[in-house]
Design a binder for this molecule. Structure first.
Ligand SMILES: [Zn+2]
Length: 249
């Protein structure tokens, strides 16, 4: 069981990669951390994520974590901020400081015409890697720098300081980075059929896992349903990972 009595889960909202939502209409890779049935944190806000989030919860959670500024992870952020503020629901945006700076300067440029600064639309929480960020009295997360084409951060969710979930975000295969995520019993990694300099491949992840202790590993960011891995466990849109169990440890 988790360190507190809450029921914790991670709900997959989408598994799409760069072109998936734009060309095929399936939501970009995103997930929500859910506590006792309520969404506590939205992880990434790329194309198609708001509709998936509304279908799951009826609303967008107040707290958003943006791993990096690619459109399949951040495209809907300016609309979310403007729409939520218009409803007097001011969002909280968690991002690494370098990612947050890029988001405010470039992703939110379309809001500049309002005459208001990005700080008018959200409570920005610019954070340093490896620094605990409180989500509740017992839950916190720490950002970890991934290996990607631009600054991108995965994270570890901790319950009372004990690792619970490692979420890799977009990353090329990097054993040192994966080792930092592997401290958690549940791990979600980005991978696709063919590896490149920005993204791990299924066979690379399978090779890594073969030499490590078993984890409750799921793959996301692979694209459309038919692009899911056969040799690894894909996360599917609408699927929930129960974080209260502790498999493999
Ligand atoms: Zn990316």
């Amino acid at each position: 069981m988790s360190a507190d009595a809450s029921r914790l889960s991670l709900l997959c909202l989408g598994t799409g990669r760069g072109a998936t939502a734009v060309y095929d209409g399936d939501a970009s890779s995103s997930a929500a951390l859910v506590v006792d049935g309520e969404p506590l944190l939205l992880v990434d806000a790329g194309f198609g994520v708001v509709r998936a989030c509304k279908a799951a919860f009826g609303a967008v959670p107040r707290t958003l974590l943006i791993t990096h500024n690619h459109s399949d992870h951040a495209a809907e952020l300016p609309v979310i901020l403007a729409a939520e503020c218009a409803r007097d629901r001011r969002p909280r945006v968690i991002a690494a400081a370098d990612v947050a700076t890029t988001l405010r300067a470039h992703r939110l440029h379309e809001l500049h015409s309002t005459g208001a600064s990005p700080s008018a639309f959200a409570d920005w929480q610019d954070v340093a890697p490896d620094t605990p960020i409180a989500l509740t009295d017992t839950l916190s997360l720490r950002l970890l720098r991934a290996r990607h084409s631009e600054p991108c951060y995965g994270f570890i969710v901790e319950a009372n300081g004990k690792p619970l979930l490692g979420y890799g975000g977009d990353s090329a295969c990097d054993a040192d980075y994966y080792d930092r995520l592997w401290v958690a019993p549940h791990v979600v990694l980005d991978a696709r059929s063919r590896a490149n300099a920005e993204h791990a491949g299924f066979t690379q992840v399978a090779a890594y896992t073969a030499e490590r202790p078993t984890r409750d590993l799921h793959i996301t960011g692979y694209g459309r349903p038919e692009q899911a891995p056969a040799e690894l466990t894909p996360l599917r849109p609408g699927e929930c990972i129960d974080l209260n169990g502790n498999p493999g440890t």
